[in-house]
Structures are given as structure tokens and as C-alpha cells.
Design a protein around this ligand. Structure first.
Ligand code: AMP
Ligand code: MG
Length: 520
């Protein structure tokens, strides 16, 4: 399809070795970073939602978004001139075990668009089988596509590094899924999301050639990634790899610190789902902490081991970086710089965590004892079964000269638990008030800092589920309404209080709200 305004560069396929075979036949792909494959056409593509910010980044105007060609291209039925679709080859550690070749099983990149001097890879998720589909259909259901579309944009507006989403297109076709792998497959509506990021290169991109002893490809991938995705790195020779690994480590630290700040649980932190740019990637069975619980994971596939629970995401990120370090080790003379990168991860995480602590509690600057103050507050949130988002947001309303529980009342889920922690909470609030007074900030400055770190609105699991329920009935307005709210998560939005409510009782054990599987 002709669109003279779009400039595609597609360096991934022009600079890196590709698979000699084309098409989706399932296979082991050796010595190549990608396979040529085209999206499988769908029956009736309809644009359900788009992100205005991402459209603007890409230079897509209203007329283009509304044109029938847009839904055709972003549903997988047509290509704009200059697009050259491929599926990337990568491996990964899944739930602690090396899984071998994985690759883009249901993602197909369309091209790298150059817009306003920046490079954006456009990638369809759910566009049909690729050589990496491993017997699965390469499709995505509407519910998980809505979740990915909304969450990547919500995360961006929260200030969390993430891949973006341009569009959500219904395919007009059914997809069969067994949501809980319990022998009850169901036909569900299908959809395709167009994800957008400067790069979708993952830790597993390097792990795969390393696992095969293909050092030439490993080196080529590393050099490519540095040249394309880290142009700021100026050093030469091995020193460039050293700086690069350290940057991957520190960006990962920043990303995970943000997750902990806003209450996000990724749910499947396998190394194939870790971006080397430190972007949150692959929104599957993710969730948002409501009643505060560091042990919580929304992923039922992980219910046994609970490997990817909220409170251990920093440790898992470190474990994943160690896997990456091992994969990259053939490029290094000795292990010291790799260890230095891993140490930089810990250091950067500590710095970010402290900054988040100071901002979330409104303390002005860090002092001895602040970590304990935060830890005790978190314990109270846990024991008192309090809503994380509501509780932190409400802290800004606590008067340090006369600290009372009142602003926090709405955060409780259970009157019994409230009763239980009330004396300890009152005691904590006294100490908190004194610490705030000692900081000597103005009321306005403190509130401003706190409100910028403690969102009022997050993409609560049940909010997304409500939009999904409506969409499955043919009413798509819930998706755009929710996106609209999530564009300004730190602002109090009059008339939209319902989106800031704590989880209603119906959602406590409902599938899609507290329980999600990888099946999507
Ligand atoms: P995920 O847990 O979503 O990151 O997926 C792990 C691997 O399984 C990736 O290589 C995916 O591409 C692949 N995969 C997941 N779902 C499908 C599907 N419906 N069709 C083909 N491949 C899939
Ligand atoms: Mg994945």
C-alpha cells in the first residue's frame, strides 16, 4: 500500500543475518537473527482504539488513522510501502530454566519507521503463525490485547519505561483458548495490537547464540544493538561492551524501581521478556497490587513457585542480568566488568528506591531511619490489608502537626484488619508527622512531591476487566474511557472518582482480576 510520507529503514533485517527459509513452517533457526514472515490476513479488521500520543510520535494524522487502509495494515491484511515483515529469533530462561529457542511466536515486526529523527519499530502482536510459534496459532484474544494496549500506555503516563501501543484492531475472527489450562477451551474474539518501541531486543536475543556457541552471531548482535540502540556509547573495543552492559543493568534497575513505586507486577519475568533498553515489555498476566502484599502474583501459571511475585522483582531482574552476563561473557576478556555492571544494578536500584521513598512519603531528603519508617508503613499496609495506591495517595493529606487516620480510612478492605492495626498505625502516623515536620517543607511543596510519586489512578485489574467485559459485548467505549483516565494518572480528575476506587468485592476472586494465566 502506498504511503509516501512514511520512511522505513528496517536495519534489523538489512544489517543482521536472516533465515534462508521464508514462511511460518516451524523450525530451528540457526545462525540467523530473524525470519521473513508475513502477517496472516484476518476476516474483518476494525480499529477499536488507538493512542493519540503514539500516533503523534509516528507522525500519523487523523485522516490516516481513520482511513480503511489503517485497519488493514494494523490488522495484518496489508503493508505500507517500505515495510518488510519479520519475526525475531531469541531464546530465554523461563521460570528459572533454559528453554532454548523461543522467538516471536505471535509477534511480527512490520518495519522500523523513522519519524522526526527517531526510530520506531512497529510490531503486530497476534498477527498469525511464525517459525517460532511452536505449534500454537500466533493469535491473541481480545481480552489480552486490551490489557496490553491499555497497560503499555498507562505505564508510559505513569513515567515507567515501557514499550508503547499504537493501535488495537479487532480481527473479526474467533480464537480458541483454554484460559486456565483446565480442559475448557472456548472461542473468543481475536485482536491485534501494534506495539511500538525503539527496539524489541531482549536478553534472550543474546542468550540463544551464546547457548549454541555461535560467538560470531553473538558479537554481531551486540555490535548491532550498540550501534543502533545505544548510539550514545562512544568507547571503542571491549570498553564499549563494558559500558553497554552497565547501561543495560542500570536501566533495568530504574525500570524495576518504578514497578515497585507504582505497584506493578510483571508476572512473567522470563529472560525473553526482558528488554535490553530497560523497557517494560510483554504485557501478559501482569497485575496491579491493590491490598498491599509483597507475596502477590497475578499469574496463576506461576501460582506454585510464585517466582514472579511483586516484592521479589528486583532479585529476579538481577538473576536475569546474571543470565545475560553469562551469555555475553565470550565477548569479554575477563568477568570483572560484567560483575561491575551487576554491582551497578544494585547501586542504581538503591538510589532509585531511596528517591522513590523520599518522594512517596514526602520527606524532602533522605535521612537515617527513613528506610525503617517506610518498611513499617509497608508492614502496616500488609497486615491491615490496605490498598497500596489509595494509602500512599492519602498520606499527602495527613497533617503532620495533628496526624490522624481519617485520610487513610478509604484504603481499608476489611474492618477487622483495620481494627487490628489501628493502634500501630496511629503510632506510626505520630512518628511520620514528626519526621515530616523535621523536613520543614511547605504544605504545597510536600503535596506536590507526593502526588507526583503516588498516582491517583492505576490500571486496576478489575477496571481493565470491566472494559473487557463491555468490549466482549460489543461496546468498546470502555477502552477509550479508561485510556483517557490513564493519560493523567497523577491528577485528581473530578467526576472520575470511580476509576480510583479500591477493588469491589465482585473482583476479589474473579478470573482476569486476581487470577490470570499465560494463555492469551
Ligand atoms: P510469553 O510468555 O507471552 O512471552 O510467550 C512465550 C513464548 O511463547 C514466546 O516465544 C511467544 O512468542 C510464544 N507464544 C505465546 N503465545 C503464543 C501463541 N498464541 N502463538 C504462538 N506463539 C505463542
Ligand atoms: Mg514473550
Amino acid at each position: 500500500m502506498n504511503n509516501a510520507n512514511l520512511l522505513f529503514d528496517n536495519r534489523f533485517v538489512t544489517a543482521l543475518p536472516g533465515d534462508a527459509e521464508t514462511g511460518p513452517r516451524r523450525r530451528e533457526v540457526l545462525g540467523a537473527a530473524w525470519s521473513q514472515v508475513t502477517p496472516t490476513p484476518v476476516a474483518a479488521p476494525v480499529l477499536l482504539a488507538h493512542s493519540p500520543e503514539v500516533a503523534a510520535l509516528l507522525g500519523f494524522d487523523e485522516a490516516m488513522l481513520r482511513s480503511p487502509e489503517f485497519a488493514e495494515v494494523f490488522g495484518g491484511n496489508a503493508l505500507y510501502e517500505g515495510m518488510r515483515p519479520w519475526a525475531a529469533n531469541y531464546g530465554g530462561h523461563q521460570f528459572g530454566h533454559w528453554a532454548g529457542q523461543l522467538g516471536d511466536g505471535r509477534a511480527i515486526s512490520l518495519g522500523e519507521l523513522i519519524a522526526d529523527g527517531r526510530r520506531w519499530e512497529l510490531q503486530l502482536k497476534g498477527a498469525g503463525p511464525t517459525p517460532y510459534s511452536r505449534g500454537a496459532d500466533g493469535r491473541a484474544v481480545l481480552r489480552s490485547s486490551i490489557r496490553e494496549f491499555l497497560c503499555s500506555e498507562a505505564m508510559h503516563h505513569l513515567g515507567v519505561p515501557t514499550t508503547r501501543a499504537l493501535s488495537l484492531v479487532a480481527t473479526g475472527e474467533a480464537v480458541v483458548r483454554d484460559m486456565f489450562y483446565d480442559g475448557h477451551p472456548q472461542a473468543e474474539p481475536g485482536a491485534v495490537v501494534c506495539r511500538v518501541a525503539p527496539s524489541f531486543i531482549r536478553f534472550g536475543t543474546f542468550e540463544l547464540p551464546a547457548s549454541r556457541g555461535d560467538v560470531a552471531l553473538l558479537r554481531q548482535l551486540a555490535e548491532f544493538c550498540i550501534a543502533r540502540d545505544f548510539p550514545e556509547l562512544a568507547a571503542a573495543g571491549e570498553q564499549r561492551f563494558v559500558q553497554w552492559f552497565e547501561l543495560i543493568c542500570t536501566r533495568t534497575a530504574v525500570m524495576v524501581a518504578h514497578w515497585l513505586r507504582v505497584g506493578f507486577v510483571h508476572g512473567v519475568m522470563n529472560t525473553d521478556n526482558m528488554s535490553v533498553l530497560g523497557l517494560t515489555i510483554d504485557y501478559g498476566p501482569y497485575g496491579w497490587v491493590e491490598n498491599y502484599d509483597p507475596e502477590w502474583t497475578p499469574n496463576t501459571t506461576d501460582a506454585q513457585g510464585r517466582r514472579y511475585r511483586f516484592g521479589t522483582q528486583m532479585q529476579v531482574a538481577y538473576w536475569n542480568l546474571v543470565r545475560l552476563a553469562q551469555a555475553l561473557s565470550p565477548l569479554f576478556e575477563d568477568a570483572a566488568p560484567l560483575q561491575a555492571g551487576l554491582d551497578a544494578f544494585r547501586e542504581r536500584f538503591a538510589v532509585e528506591e531511596r528517591a522513590a521513598l523520599v518522594a512517596k512519603l514526602g520527606l524532602g531528603e533522605f535521612r537515617d531511619g527513613d528506610e525503617l519508617l517506610m518498611e513499617q508503613f509497608r508492614e502496616l499496609l500488609h497486615e491491615g490489608e490496605m490498598d497500596m495506591t489509595l494509602a500512599f495517595r492519602a498520606l499527602a493529606e495527613v497533617d503532620p502537626a495533628a496526624p490522624a487516620v481519617a485520610p487513610l480510612e478509604e484504603a481499608f478492605y476489611s474492618p477487622g484488619k483495620r481494627e487490628q492495626v489501628l493502634p500501630a498505625l496511629q503510632d506510626w502516623l505520630q512518628r511520620y508527622g514528626q519526621r515530616v515536620l523535621a523536613a520543614g517543607q511547605s504544605v504545597a511543596a510536600r503535596r506536590r512531591a507526593m502526588q507526583a510519586a503516588n498516582p491517583r489512578y492505576v490500571l486496576r485489574n478489575w477496571l481493565a476487566q470491566e472494559a473487557i467485559d463491555r468490549a466482549e459485548q460489543g461496546d468498546f467505549a470502555g477502552i477509550t474511557d479508561l485510556l483517557e483516565v490513564m493519560r493523567h494518572p497523577y491528577d485528581d480528575q473530578p467526576g472520575r472518582e470511580a476509576y480510583a476506587r479500591k477493588r469491589p468485592e465482585w473482583a476479589r476472586e474473579r478470573a482476569g482480576c486476581s487470577m490470570l494465566s499465560c494463555s492469551s
